[in-house]
Design a protein around this ligand. Structure first.
Ligand code: APR
Length: 268
């Protein structure tokens, strides 16, 4: 496990100060916050897109041509996705919401681990793996209904009971539009944010990777916690290239220290 150097310690304190003194802080998360829960990300060395071509496995045009490729990949990673548990990074963000510091999380993740960690105001801009829709008549199915269909009918892709068109998880594939409410709400939140904490994202996929620009345009500050550099590192107030599961809890600890210090000052 990488140790925390003194320079990083100072950045953790600066990040904690920004969040503690913020009025409208939000978080923007990506697949990197879930890798410590066992779910692979997409673009790091061990990422999914290093092994599978996203144009074939995660693009709406190829899905329409041949949905089985997507389903074969989904079948491979589904067990990891469905049994994953929130890690210390997710829990730290849920604590910051409970402390009324983080007002909302905008997540590109479909794994629902923020909600499982207790976060409430979560905007899933790339959808959710636990919901399925029919490609033809838009009928919706739960994950358990689809898993039962797959087991019973052994048919890939599973077909709609109503119109026999293929079912698709409600996750956004390349070439698909994002859920309207979530993306508009995320743009409004980013504009209003005086601090945006970016955790575990390479910031490489639009339109989500542009959300931090809305915050910067309104003179908000960015805090980036990511294992690898991003295109916004030079414009961030704080950049920590380290594991979210390690850094986010340290930021929460620092905020708690500041809180108790200011409470003891006000009572003395
Ligand atoms: N702590 C911090 N950073 C991490 C960790 C970790 N434990 N694990 C991985 N990372 C970093 C990686 O180095 C990488 O820079 O998280 C980043 C994850 O980036 P991506 O794999 O590109 O994931 P993301 O930014 O969420 O991708 C956005 O692309 O393919 C689409 O729909 C998919 O939502 C996804 C979108």
């Amino acid at each position: 496990m990488k140790i925390i150097k003194l320079a990083e310690r100072k950045k953790i304190i600066r990040a904690a100060e920004l969040l503690y003194n913020s009025k409208n802080a939000i978080a923007l998360t990506g697949a990197g916050i879930s890798t410590e829960s066992g779910i692979p990300d997409f673009r790091s060395e061990s990422g999914l897109w290093k092994k599978y071509d996203p144009d074939i496995y995660s693009n709406i045009r190829s899905y329409i041509k041949d949905p089985t490729k997507f389903w074969k990949l989904a079948e491979k990673i589904a067990p990891t996705l469905f049994k994953a548990k929130p890690n210390a990074g997710h829990i730290a963000l849920s604590e910051l919401e409970k402390m009324n510091i983080i007002k909302a999380i905008i997540t590109q993740n479909v794994d629902e681990l923020h909600q499982k960690a207790g976060s409430v105001m979560v905007y899933e801009v790339h959808g959710n793996i636990n919901r399925f829709n029919c490609f033809g008549c838009r009928a919706s199915y739960t994950k358990d209904q689809v898993m039962r269909k797959l087991k019973k009918e052994k048919q890939y892709p599973p077909l709609c009971d109503i119109c026999a068109a293929p079912l698709k998880p409600s996750v956004v594939l390349f070439g698909e539009s994002l859920p309207t409410f979530e993306i508009y709400q995320s743009q409004a939140l980013a504009q209003k944010a005086d601090v945006m904490l970016i955790a575990g994202s390479s910031l490489s996929v639009a339109p989500v990777c542009n959300l931090p620009l809305y915050t910067l345009q309104e003179r908000g500050k960015l805090i980036i916690v990511n294992d690898e550099p991003t295109y916004l590192d030079e414009r961030a107030e704080v950049v920590i290239h380290h594991k979210t599961g390690k850094i986010l809890p340290l930021i929460v600890e620092e905020i708690k220290r500041m809180k108790s210090e200011s409470e003891s000052e006000s009572t003395s």
